[in-house]
Design a protein around this ligand. Structure first.
Ligand SMILES: [Zn+2]
Length: 178
């Protein structure tokens, strides 16, 4: 994951100031919340534009399915914020990742299934974390752009796959999030 961010030549932002300046230049997008998602204790509500598109699309479907907004608990985190003992080589400083609060019941089942499906198309990487319980999702900018445009996504290992996200559709729950 960290390697992917480096391979994609994503910039790792060192400070909140650098993040705000990149947002003014249009390299980062502000997460303002919509009817479909809200931010919870996110001190720096910015992400890569593709990651914002991901959130908006996922949240619209989540809202339809669950009747309540998706909750984003973290977005970009500059490298200066990384705890000194943090062993995780985080991709949050690049703005590609967001954390989502873990819901319960059928909303959890839907979210898990949708993230697994998107991950299988090679456009995101999602992990389920404990303490605090959340989903960490990193969105690969270029593959995700192609996915949104309806083009097939070529995975890093060279295998081309359909961007249709069939696994979710077949499960009968929601349509694939795009
Ligand atoms: Zn995370």
């Amino acid at each position: 994951m960290h390697r992917h961010a480096v391979d994609a030549r994503l910039r790792f932002y060192p400070t909140a100031r650098a993040v705000r300046s990149a947002a003014r230049a249009g390299r980062l997008a502000r997460l303002s919340g919509t009817g479909s998602y809200r931010l919870k204790e996110v001190s720096l509500p910015y992400a890569l534009p593709e990651t914002r598109t991901f959130i908006e699309r996922l949240a619209a479907q989540y809202r339809q399915t669950c009747g309540r907004p998706l909750v984003v608990t973290s977005a970009i985190r500059p490298t200066a914020w990384t705890p000194p003992n943090g062993s995780e080589r985080s991709v949050h400083p690049s703005g590609m990742a967001v954390d989502l609060r873990k819901p319960r019941g059928r909303c959890l089942a839907w979210l898990r299934r949708t993230l697994v499906s998107l991950e299988s198309t090679g456009v995101i990487e999602a992990t389920e974390e404990r303490s605090p319980a959340h989903f960490h999702v990193a969105v690969y900018p270029r593959p995700y752009q192609r996915y949104v445009r309806g083009e097939s996504v070529r995975r890093a290992n060279g295998a081309a796959r359909s961007a249709a996200g069939r696994r979710v559709g077949r499960g009968g729950g929601g349509r694939p999030a795009r």
